[in-house]
Design a protein. Structure first.
Length: 193
């Protein structure tokens, strides 16, 4: 059986019986792909990010296999959900880091000169999440396409398979999402008017 078939079979088994042994058998089959996605996502983050690709994969994987009701359809669907999990991990990390920068209940004595640039990257992660939330309220499919493409590194063809939609439908959603996010993020960068 190919790795793809074996991954799908293990995902279906995991959905039926969330057993740690099944998750342990699944991880070696998906780890390299998840790590490549995580490394790609972290390249887009600020320099000196303290979350490693390995830590991002492990945290996202734990969230994925710890779900009580997962209805994995296939390998592509798993990676689409993995993209969402990585987005949540990065967002949670950015929010926690931003709270820490703002004092986190402690008295802040001084900031290094480079911290302002790092804060703006944390703000970008939160702004992107806010923009995706707005997009999801208007067009949930388009928001899922962005998550899978941007955070999961999936191709439009893989997204079409995961969503059960035609490639033309996914292309339209991708174009609409890019236009929406361009406007939203331009407004964010321009600041209050």
């Amino acid at each position: 059986m190919s790795d793809q078939g074996e991954v799908t079979e293990l995902l279906l088994e995991l959905a039926r019986n969330p057993d740690g042994r099944v998750a342990d058998r699944l991880l070696p089959l998906v780890y390299d792909d998840l790590r490549a996605i995580a490394a790609d996502r972290l390249r887009a983050e600020r320099a000196g990010h303290t979350l490693s690709a390995t830590a991002l994969v492990h945290e996202a994987y734990l969230r994925l296999v710890d779900q009580k009701h997962s209805d994995w359809k296939n390998r592509a669907h798993f990676f689409a959900i993995a993209a969402r999990a990585m987005r949540r991990v990065l967002l949670d990390y950015a929010i926690a880091r931003q709270a820490q920068k703002r004092g986190g209940g402690e008295v802040v004595i001084t900031l290094a000169e480079g911290d302002a640039a790092q804060d703006s990257n944390l703000d970008d992660v939160i702004a992107i999440d806010d923009a995706l939330g707005k997009l999801a309220a208007i067009d949930p499919r388009a928001a899922r396409v962005v998550e899978q493409r941007f955070f999961g590194g999936l191709t439009l063809e893989e997204i079409a398979e995961a969503e059960g939609d035609s490639l033309a439908t996914i292309n339209r959603a991708w174009r609409a999402a890019r236009a929406f996010l361009t406007i939203e993020l331009r407004d964010f960068r321009a600041g209050p008017g």
